[in-house]
Design a protein around this ligand. Structure first.
Ligand code: HEM
Length: 476
């Protein structure tokens, strides 16, 4: 019925739904990509759907990606789309709780803590953490072979490796004490339910707020202790932020540093945990690629396999293709949102997207479109051999205050976004994943048990649906 009432030719077509408030929540929630493809076939690239009372206008395709990622600040707001979800988890005065120009400065500070010098030091730390973890982990252990449950082990392993490097020694030690439970409570506040019903008085929101406060307190104490000890500043992220200055010369406040560290922990943990699980599952479905990766390790690090070092990572082409291919098939973030601030004409059409709607782009749609990727559903890392760097090619770049980023978002492959909100964690994530994959390949062979899993869209990132099992065998 709502199609009949949707008479204004300037409005985007509205997706048919039976229940006014609920709208398309169920179909979108179960599998957003199936929903997007069906709507696209019926309504075209631009359409509006209702999600629990919100009007969301999706703009699919490369033009939609560009329209959202390069929208003007006066037209589109990320903070108005996300802050009700993120501010209770990350805390005040960071990320989407500040005006955009402040976020741009914060991104610059964080980026300066994510340099090659840090990455060189991080690689052996990650390898050590992996060894410690896998030696004791259930379903791994010191044996010769076994069946590992990735969903039960990889998120824990990534939090150890990511926290030991990005967060520093004190925070990593905290995960052996009470931090893991707190992190879990905080994480429970970072779900689609919190996005859709921010006002629901869920009991777990109380635990979320308590966890935030205790975690923030932990960081504040670390900062205080470091200040009091008059040590020489080190190079980890807390030190980097402690030494950062705003353009007007003001240092960051302690609570800004603490909350930024919590935001970084969340940003890096879910995305990397999901991606390593996809990589291991996909590789296990094509064990011949694991052997090709092993050969690559020997080519780059010698037959004796000398220890991994960051400077050689640029020669690990196949590992990089594997990471890209997993991110192409399973980008962790399926829906990118902005709040529409002014009526926005869609170029080349008569459509005007009204102020008050949410705008949604889904780069995962173009990344799995036959138009851009032949046999798009196949896991074929070598396809990247013949392609230029899709999102870092010969495209226009622009500086929003935290370094040059790609502006032309016409690429069909944008797992890290583009424009002013582009990810600053890409290099860290790539280094992290490259270290994990290389270490697995050097030490294990494996096959996927029960086929590559389906996708679970019920959390904030696209996780494999459990059980996610691989049968592993230790190399001689
Ligand atoms: C932004 C993806 C890892 C920190 C983004 C965005 C995407 C993304 C798509 C843009 C969101 C938008 O436009 O609304 C990923 C993926 C990762 C990853 C796929 C790993 C595989 C990381 C890591 C960090 C991080 C490790 C931190 C060290 C950030 C930050 C932003 C961001 C600070 C900026 C938010 C903004 O400006 O609004 N990421 N990310 N990410 N990411 Fe990542």
């Amino acid at each position: 019925a709502n199609q009949i009432f949707n008479r204004d030719p300037k409005r985007p077509p509205v997706v048919f739904h039976w229940f006014p408030f609920i709208g398309s929540a169920v179909t979108y929630g179960i599998d957003p990509y199936v929903f997007f493809r069906q709507c696209r076939a019926k309504y075209g690239d631009v359409f509006t759907f209702v999600l629990m009372g919100r009007k969301i206008t999706a703009y699919l395709g490369v033009k939609g990606n560009d329209f959202l990622f390069n929208g003007k600040l006066a037209d589109l707001s990320a903070e108005e789309a996300y802050s009700h979800l993120t501010t209770p988890v990350f805390g005040k005065d960071v990320v989407y709780d500040v005006p955009n120009h402040v976020l741009m400065e914060h991104k610059k500070f964080i980026k300066s803590g994510l340099g090659f010098d840090q990455f060189r030091a991080y690689v052996p730390l990650i390898v050590n953490e992996m060894h410690d973890f896998l030696a004791k982990a259930p379903t791994w252990g010191p044996g010769k072979s076994g069946v590992a449950d990735l969903l039960a082990t990889m998120p824990v392993m990534t939090i150890y490796t990511a926290s030991r490097t990005l967060q520093g020694e004190e925070v990593r030690a905290g995960f052996n004490a009470g931090f893991a439970d707190l992190y879990h409570d905080l994480d429970q506040g970072f779900t689609p339910i919190n996005f859709i019903f921010p006002w629901l008085p869920l009991p777990r929101n109380k635990r979320r707020d308590r966890a935030h406060n205790i975690m923030a307190e932990t960081y504040l104490n670390i900062i205080k202790k470091r200040r009091a000890a008059h040590e020489n500043p080190g190079t980890d992220m807390i030190w980097t932020l402690m030494g950062s200055r705003y353009r007007d010369g003001r240092p960051l406040k302690d609570h800004e540093i603490a909350n930024m560290m919590i935001a970084l922990l969340m940003a890096g943990q879910h995305t990397s945990a999901a991606t390593i699980m996809w990589i291991l599952s996909l590789l296990g479905s094509k064990p011949e690629v694991i052997e090709m990766l092993y050969e690559e390790q020997k080519r780059v690090f010698g037959k004796e396999l000398r220890p991994l070092d960051f400077d050689s990572y640029k020669d690990l082409h196949l590992v990089n293709y594997v990471i890209r291919e997993a991110l192409r098939l399973h980008p962790p973030i399926h829906s990118i949102m902005r709040k529409v601030k002014r009526n926005l004409a869609v170029p080349g059409t008569k459509i005007v997207i009204p102020a008050g709607h949410h705008l949604l782009a889904a780069p995962g749609v173009t990344a799995t479109d036959e138009e851009f990727f032949a046999h798009a559903k196949d896991f074929d890392p070598e396809r990247w051999n013949s392609r230029v760097n899709e999102d870092e090619g010969d495209v226009e770049r622009v500086d929003y205050g935290y370094g040059l980023v790609t502006k032309g978002a016409a690429s069909p492959f944008l797992p890290f976004g583009a424009g002013r909100h582009r990810c600053i964690g890409e290099q860290f994530a790539t280094m992290h994943l490259c270290t994990l994959v290389s270490t697995f390949v050097r030490e294990y062979k494996w096959t996927t048990v029960g086929g590559v899993p389906k996708v679970d869209y019920s959390s904030m990132v696209a996780l494999p649906l459990g059980p996610v099992k691989i049968a592993w065998e230790r190399r001689e």
